[in-house]
Design a binder for this molecule. Structure first.
Ligand code: 3PG
Length: 218
């Protein structure tokens, strides 16, 4: 159980993970790209969109998607502090994804009423997140920290945890992750390539999203 009663969540972290096989990790540096990109992902079947807080335009992009693409569910990625959580919630984010976990990050998400997919890479980090009520976790950086073999090993002691491996996941190795019983989905940046954004190639992004949805072979 979480340490205090969370506000009602629009989507739990597990719902965010189970919506599609892939959560796109998105880096946007032009607000004009946000809405057509979100519409393309939605048309391809992906509605949970992780917009990373890595550019000065990220919050404005989230806000534009939240306001103009109501069927998409915008989330914030690269969330590292309570201040990030507050800013993301104000911009309309319904979930947060973090590269690691701290108590204050969890508390800020509970206070703001947004779900959190916290990043972990070790057993101790899993146990700290579990102590605060988090059992749906991002495994980051997935390939560099041990890949599918690590998840198989964790399936023993952490039998009650579901993971979203992210970092180094590709269309080529995604199925190896998705076939594991403790993997609910994967995260990856390949759905929104920087050159497709620069060229306004929304059809390509839609196609990548459609192909990602077809990874559901479990
Ligand atoms: C990131 O940090 O950008 C995410 O983990 C995505 O990683 P990827 O580019 O390897 O998919």
């Amino acid at each position: 159980m979480a340490l205090n009663s969370p506000k009602e969540l629009a989507f739990t972290a597990l719902q965010v993970m189970q919506d599609a096989p892939v959560i796109p990790v998105i880096v946007l540096d032009d607000v004009a790209h946000a809405v057509p990109m979100a519409r393309a992902l939605l048309a391809g079947g992906i509605r949970m969109l992780e917009v990373t807080l890595r550019t000065p335009q990220a919050l404005a992009c989230m806000e534009a998607i939240a306001k103009q693409v109501p069927h998409a569910v915008v989330g914030a990625g690269t969330v590292r502090s309570a201040a990030d959580v507050k800013a993301a919630a104000s911009a309309g984010a319904k979930f947060a994804v973090s590269p690691g976990y701290t108590f204050s990050l969890g508390q800020a998400c509970r206070d703001q009423g947004i779900s959190l997919l916290p990043g972990v890479a070790t057993g101790s980090e899993i146990m700290m997140a579990q102590e605060d009520g988090y059992t749906d976790l991002k495994f980051f950086p997935a390939i560099q920290a041990g890949g599918p073999a690590m998840l198989k090993a964790w399936g023993g002691p952490f039998f009650d945890v579901q993971f979203c491996p992210t970092g180094g996941v590709t269309p080529q190795n995604a199925l190896e992750f998705l076939s594991l019983s403790n993997v609910a989905c994967v995260g990856g940046s390949w759905l929104v390539p920087a050159d497709a954004l620069a060229q306004g190639d929304w059809e390509r992004i839609e196609k990548l999203a459609r192909e990602a949805c077809q990874l559901k072979l479990r």
